[in-house]
Design a protein around this ligand. Structure first.
Ligand code: DP6
Length: 365
């Protein structure tokens, strides 16, 4: 499919008002998206576990305007209060997607959004937030054109979410999701994410992710700035090639359940992501001393017990501790005994692989 396939023809129905609510999860990348071209085209393919507990719930209430407006018309409420400072991000998002959802200027939108995780936890909310909004807008498109298929709905929701935030493309479906052209993956695309299409060993069922909140402060360097620093980065070419190779290897790992190899790929990806930041110009470090303390504790625990616990990082100081469900009890004990001390205010979130976004209820107003 190409971009043109997402431009709708005339809508068949008139819809004057309505509302819809979607709950959309966050995701954690195993192979990282880091670097992009114009129009949110990723520099390399990525793959993630969809999460379950960490999610954004968004209600969009829409009302048709008498005449198409000059500009987008919307109010944004975050956790119950009007949020003017979030508006520019939505404005930019609407501008990027207007071509594909041409009804946007014909409605006034009331957008109410809230997260299941603490606002200032440092957890990226762009994946869950923008996927939830993309899905809500797609629900309106489906009302205007009831003919669209479920398959098209999902693809276009991911396509629209991607234009808001790259990683949001991977938050529509579960449980393992891939985004970006990859030779070894049939139907993979730079335009939208797909559900991982191959066999997955039972060891990965209900894989656990305990998120250790090391630093809840605002990130010093945003992901958008970080992605841009991959242009002219001295190691970019090799890094993009490595992501393709890691995806090839991960395909075998998913099929045969080789957790040792899984750990090697996932931890290497996390450290490579941060190595890219440290070797950008300007260079920067998002890990904190406690991030490293935790990594060392995890390595020592693994050495001692031969368990399959490992870590990954997103673009921040927090640590995602990944482990199979069969090792849940002893790993949680280890986390409580040895890792929680390094979390800000002792805070952590227990999550696991989830199965994607869900529509909660339709509210007509
Ligand atoms: C490190 O999706 O937040 O989490 O497309 O600019 O919104 P934008 O970037 P974003 O980048 C996520 C980067 C990452 C890795 C990943 O999720 O693959």
């Amino acid at each position: 499919m190409t971009e043109k396939d997402f431009i709708p023809s005339e809508y068949t129905k008139l819809v004057t008002k309505g509302g819809v609510t979607w709950k959309s999860p966050s995701n954690i990348a195993l192979i990282k998206y880091w670097g992009k071209e114009a129009n949110q085209i990723p520099a390399n393919p990525s793959i993630s576990f969809t999460l379950d507990t960490c999610a954004t719930t968004t209600t969009v209430i829409y009302k048709k305007l008498e005449n198409k407006a000059q500009d987008f018309s919307f109010d944004l409420f975050f956790e119950g209060s009007l949020k003017e400072d979030f508006k520019p991000k939505i404005q930019t998002f609407f501008k990027r997607i207007e071509n594909y959802l041409p009804f946007l200027k014909s409605y006034h939108f009331k957008i109410e959004t809230s997260n299941s995780f603490p606002h200032s936890s440092g957890i990226a909310s762009s994946a869950s937030g923008l996927s939830a909004l993309a899905l809500a807008l797609m629900s309106l498109e489906k009302e205007l054109n009831p003919e669209i298929t479920q398959e098209y709905f999902i693809k276009k929701a991911s396509f629209i979410a991607r234009l808001g935030s790259g990683s949001a493309a991977r938050s529509i479906e579960g449980d393992i999701v891939q985004w970006g052209n990859h030779k070894g993956t049939t139907n993979s695309s730079n335009l939208y994410a797909i559900k991982y299409p191959y066999e997955v060993h039972k060891s990965f069922k209900k894989y656990q992710d305990t998120i250790l909140l090391v630093d809840k402060g605002q990130k010093e360097v945003s992901s958008t700035v970080g992605h841009n620093l991959m242009h002219n980065h001295p190691f970019a070419k090799e890094r993009f090639k490595q992501a393709h190779e890691n995806l090839d290897s991960l395909k075998d790992v998913f099929a045969n359940g080789d957790l040792k190899k899984f750990i090697e790929i996932v931890e290497s990806e996390a450290l490579t992501l941060h190595a890219m930041m440290m070797t950008s110009l300007p260079y920067y470090i998002l890990m904190k001393p406690n991030t490293l303390e935790i990594i060392n504790k995890i390595w020592a625990f693994r050495q001692r017990t031969n368990k399959s616990v490992c870590f990954t990082l997103d673009a921040g100081a927090n640590v995602h501790v990944l482990y199979p469900e069969s090792e849940k009890e002893e790993t949680l004990q280890f986390i409580k005994d040895e890792l929680v001390a390094y979390c800000q205010n002792g805070q952590y979130i227990c999550d696991q692989i989830g199965f994607g976004a869900e529509e909660l209820k339709v509210r007509k107003e």
